[in-house]
Design a protein around this ligand. Structure first.
Ligand code: HSE
Length: 428
């Protein structure tokens, strides 16, 4: 007997599922232990239904969720509508109706995942979401399964294709932020409101989800600090190159002695680090662990077929578990109490760009502020800024987040200095 699935939404990703089912029938059936049949598809209204039928799709389109919830033959509900509502209510109703659920909805999982996971576990139903992080990269199941015997100490990720495309163009072609954004919008990568992509929010959602799998800790989304790419200037890009780095938006999760530190920030990556070569819309997750050491998982973070492949993997896993009578296990069984790192235990090198008047003694005053905060400098460069002013850039030795906050506070209080940018730098 076939496992019957219902799709909620029939956009880009959902319409990639029939391709896989058709092109890969034999392998999918063997892995799933049954045929997989798209039994119903929920669309918004009759106009959408008619449009899809005219395009040649002959699915059983419905416009009411009840038609899916009340259909006892449907085993799995696959939510591909995105955003929070009505996706959240539909998923909760599907679980309450005894359906297993697959979704690619990172916003929903990062913001409300705990509540939904607990409901699914209580009802012994599957709730899987491999496609929610880095679309086509099979990273969540890899962390949950293949890293079981390993202890992860740090995860770094290029997790947003839109901003990575923009950064790549700013670095390789010398485009400004605005030029890169216009091109990303013209190519359909960035939405008309690009806030989530460029301000690091989309990447922060993915960091929050990764923390469950890498560290067993559920983070409140507000515990993931995020800073986007909109303040990066061509001068920052050039200085990074001069010093042997590439700037990228990097999501990070790190174990410290007091707990976990999570964030998203523009980061200088040494040109010979594997993450430096992740260009264009590609994503990568770089894992540091005590067993494997260093490993990197690279691939497309979005797109129809890559994302549909991850969604399909969840559907197949559920089908197999149904067949083997092992259904009801959590996607990730590793859970520990969430402990957040104290700011004084989170340490990194930092890049600071500061503007000041081009006068004798200014550099001395600036280095005194660093010295008073016990911050040691690794590199210092001075350049001309506009209107005869000077731009001083420094790369610090490792400082704690607490020291960095105190330092930037002091710089802002000191007359004649303006902090233009502060980014992380990967290195020891
Ligand atoms: N908008 C995302 C990106 C893809 O640009 O990577 C889905 O998370």
């Amino acid at each position: 007997m076939a496992v019957k699935i219902a799709l909620l939404g029939f956009g880009t990703v959902a319409s990639g599922l029939p391709f896989l089912i058709k092109e890969n029938t034999n392998k999918i059936e063997k892995a799933a232990g049954s045929k997989i049949e798209i039994a119903k598809v929920l669309v918004r209204n009759n106009a959408e239904k008619q449009g899809l039928e005219e395009k040649g799709y002959d699915y059983h389109f419905v416009t009411s969720i009840e038609e899916i919830l009340e259909d006892s033959e449907i085993d799995i509900v696959v939510e591909l509508m995105g955003r929070i509502e009505p996706a959240k209510s539909f998923i909760i109703s599907a679980l309450n109706a005894g359906k297993h659920v697959v979704t690619a909805n990172k916003d929903l999982i990062a913001l409300h995942g705990k509540e939904i996971r607990e409901l699914a576990e209580q009802l012994h139903l599957a709730f899987y979401y491999e496609a929610a992080v880095a679309g086509g990269i099979p990273i969540l199941r890899t962390l949950a399964n293949s890293f079981t015997s390993d202890k992860i100490t740090r995860v770094l990720g290029v997790l947003n294709g839109t901003s990575n495309f923009m950064m790549t163009k700013m670095v390789e072609e010398g485009w400004s932020y605005e030029e890169a954004l216009n091109k990303a919008q013209a190519l359909g990568y960035a939405e008309s409101d690009p806030t989530n992509d460029v301000e690091g929010i989309d990447a922060a959602y993915k960091v929050a989800i990764l923390s469950q799998f890498a560290f067993g800790m559920t983070l409140d989304f507000n515990d993931v600090k995020h800073q986007g790419i909109s303040s990066i200037t061509p001068e920052d890009v050039l200085i990074a190159q001069k010093l042997g780095y590439v700037i990228k938006l990097v999501g990070s999760l790190e174990e410290t002695k007091s707990g976990i530190a999570a964030g998203v920030m523009p980061t200088f990556i040494p040109q010979d680090h594997p993450l430096a070569s992740v260009s264009g819309v590609m994503n990568a997750v770089f894992v540091e662990s005590i067993g494997i050491g260093e490993s990197m998982f690279y691939g497309p973070g979005a797109g129809q077929k890559p994302t549909a492949t991850s969604v399909m993997a969840d559907i197949i896993r559920i089908s197999r578990r149904l067949k083997d009578n092992t259904i009801g296990k959590a996607f990730n069984e590793f859970k520990v109490e969430t402990k957040l790192a104290d700011k004084k235990d989170i340490s990194s090198l930092y890049y600071l760009a500061i503007e000041t008047s081009d006068e004798k003694g200014q550099l001395l005053r600036l280095t005194k502020i660093f010295n008073d905060q016990d911050v040691s400098l690794r590199q210092v460069l001075q350049d001309k800024a506009k209107d005869g002013r000077a731009r001083v850039v420094t790369i610090t030795h490792a400082v704690s987040e607490k020291q960095l906050d105190d330092l930037t506070q002091k710089i802002s209080e000191e007359e004649g200095f303006q902090l233009l940018n502060r980014f992380k730098v990967l290195g020891d």
